[in-house]
Design a binder for this molecule. Structure first.
Ligand code: FAD
Ligand code: SF4
Ligand code: SF4
Length: 484
């Protein structure tokens, strides 16, 4: 039989159907449909099965991409699922929200030869969505139970990946989170139009069914002391993410109508989950009929502008101090936002927020910028041109990035070492912090990053925690002998 693969010269690249902008802005559902079976098989068959698969090197999890593409092309989906889930705890989530253009797909060989990249992310999503539909995704059943226990602080992707890996080895695992639901930014940060909530909820349910305990509404450092957790568990993981919003330092920044991005997004996500949210119902975090200006150029800013559109804003603008080519957010998301009616003010930086006598926001005064000489990282620095302009605004959303909270202070652990930005310092070979037996993973180590990196860290930390517990077990077993 002729090979099913290497079809990239015969079959054009094709993404799953995207809903029309007019239709999709009326709800918070995902904008991409799933592939039909034949389309997924054809798209997977475009892969040239490179001897040195660059795609795999571009994936933080080193996913075995060529193998699962071949299995999909050969209609061997259950095997494709087995290969895919062996290296990734949430392939269907990464398939939806990884910035593939900067990772696996960005260096796909056939993209380099001008044929358009293999749609790796969409096929990855298709495999595991199908696995869920077919009932192939089962709770974890460890081969044997172990008595030792791990405590995990934070139920975001980093903490969840570590919890699953440790449970696979039979450890007793408890995940603590100050939120009332699991998922971290997957549930309360990232909007449904990128990642529908049932996709996250079914993952949490599966982990519960696997025997992992979740203690929600439990803030470590406030409700429970870190020292108590250390006494309770044989090892701990800190996977608390970064939540301290960077502030806007311009005159008028304190006026009514100025909001932090995560307050706005969390409110919207909670509303979508069916919660009663007073700050939405009283209009505080609701963009309906407002002129909205979002400040920032990252993924969070893109999520804010597109949420504001869906809430029925009168106008939505995004103000960013560099140009389109130099923005940190995904180009795919910018294109989606533009299709949905968002106006981008590139090379613009807020100078002041203008309010009325009652202190209510009226406008954003912005300076027109140009790109100057490159900084030490090679990135061109924005410089003022001297020109300013006003944008009418009833609501400003600050999406300027996040910093870590002061964890040594929150946890009452001065022995926990952090770097000058407040991120937890780890030994990069083991992810162990300055406190023996306590590990850290995800954004709290890297600063604001990506879901796929949090999963990678969670998996790596779980390996180190396993080694730590094995060592403890051996030394405990040896102790009575030594005492004789
Ligand atoms: P988090 O997901 O932040 O989870 C940390 C958890 O720890 C939270 O549940 C929190 O409640 C809990 N916690 C914190 N402190 C305590 C405490 N003291 N006690 C108990 N629990 C605590 N990445 C992508 O790859 N693609 C995207 O499209 C994308 N979009 C994004 C959009 C937005 C709006 C934001 C803000 C981020 C986005 N990211 C995206 C980044 C991604 O969400 C993060 O990199 C990832 O979630 C980090 O995972 P984490 O497990 O380290 O932390
Ligand atoms: Fe690409 Fe992300 Fe999937 Fe890796 S996990 S193959 S980077 S979509
Ligand atoms: Fe296939 Fe592209 Fe990966 Fe090569 S780089 S193995 S063509 S997906």
């Amino acid at each position: 039989m002729a090979s099913r693969m290497l079809k990239f010269t015969k079959i054009d690249r094709s993404m799953p159907d995207k809903r029309d902008a007019g239709q999709r802005t009326g709800d918070f559902d995902e904008i991409y449909a799933d592939y039909a079976r034949e389309v997924a098989e054809d798209q997977a068959a475009r892969c040239s099965q490179c001897g040195v698969p660059f795609c795999q090197q571009g994936c933080p999890l080193s996913n075995n991409i060529p193998d699962w593409l071949k299995l999909v092309a050969e209609d061997r989906l259950e095997e494709a699922y087995e290969v895919s889930m062996a290296t990734n705890n949430m392939p269907e989530i990464c398939g939806r929200i990884c910035p593939q253009d900067r990772l696996c797909e960005g260096i796909c060989t056939i993209e380099q030869s001008g044929h358009g990249t293999v749609t790796i992310g969409s096929v990855e999503r298709y495999i595991t969505d199908t696995a869920w539909e077919e009932g192939w995704v089962k709770p974890v059943k460890p081969p044997r139970e172990r008595e030792q226990s791990a405590g995990i602080i934070g139920a975001g992707p980093g903490g969840l990946a570590a919890a699953e890996q440790l449970r696979r080895k039979g450890y007793q695992v408890t995940v603590y989170d100050r939120y009332d639901r699991g998922g971290g930014l997957l549930i309360y940060g990232i909007p449904g139009f990128k990642l529908e909530k049932y996709v996250v909820e079914r993952r949490i349910k599966r982990l519960e069914d696997s025997g992992i305990r979740f203690e929600f509404n439990t803030s470590i450092g406030e409700d429970v002391k870190l020292t108590d957790l250390r006494d309770k568990h044989d090892t701990l993981l800190i996977a608390t993410g970064v939540y301290k919003a960077r502030d806007l330092m311009v005159p008028g920044a304190g006026c009514t109508g100025v909001h932090a991005a995560l307050d706005f997004l969390t409110t919207s996500n909670r509303k979508g989950l069916g919660d009663t949210v007073p700050t939405f119902d009283d209009g505080t975090h609701n963009a309906k009929d407002k002129n909205v200006v979002v400040i920032g150029g990252g993924d969070t800013a893109m999520d804010c502008v597109r949420t504001a559109v869906r809430q029925g804003a009168k106008s939505v603008r995004c103000v960013y101090r560099r140009d389109r080519a130099n923005m940190p957010g995904s180009q795919r998301e910018v294109a989606n936002a533009e299709e949905e009616g968002v106006i981008f003010e590139w090379l613009a930086s807020p100078e002041a927020l203008v309010d009325d006598e009652a202190g209510n926001l009226k406008a954003v005064r912005a300076a027109r910028m140009k790109l100057g000489a490159p900084d030490p990282s090679g990135r061109q620095s924005p410089e003022k041109t001297g020109e300013t302009f006003d944008l009418e605004a009833d609501m400003v959303i600050k999406a300027l990035g996040f910093d870590p909270e002061d964890l040594p202070q929150l946890f009452g652990e001065s022995a926990l070492t952090v770097n000058r930005w407040g991120a937890v310092k780890v030994d990069f070979a083991t992810l162990e912090t300055s406190i023996p037996g306590v590990y850290a993973a995800g954004d709290i180590v890297r600063g604001a990053s990506l879901v796929v990196w949090a999963i990678k860290d969670g998996r790596d930390a779980a390996e180190s925690m396993h080694r730590h517990m094995k060592k403890l077990e051996r030394s405990r077993a040896a102790a009575p002998v030594a005492a004789q």
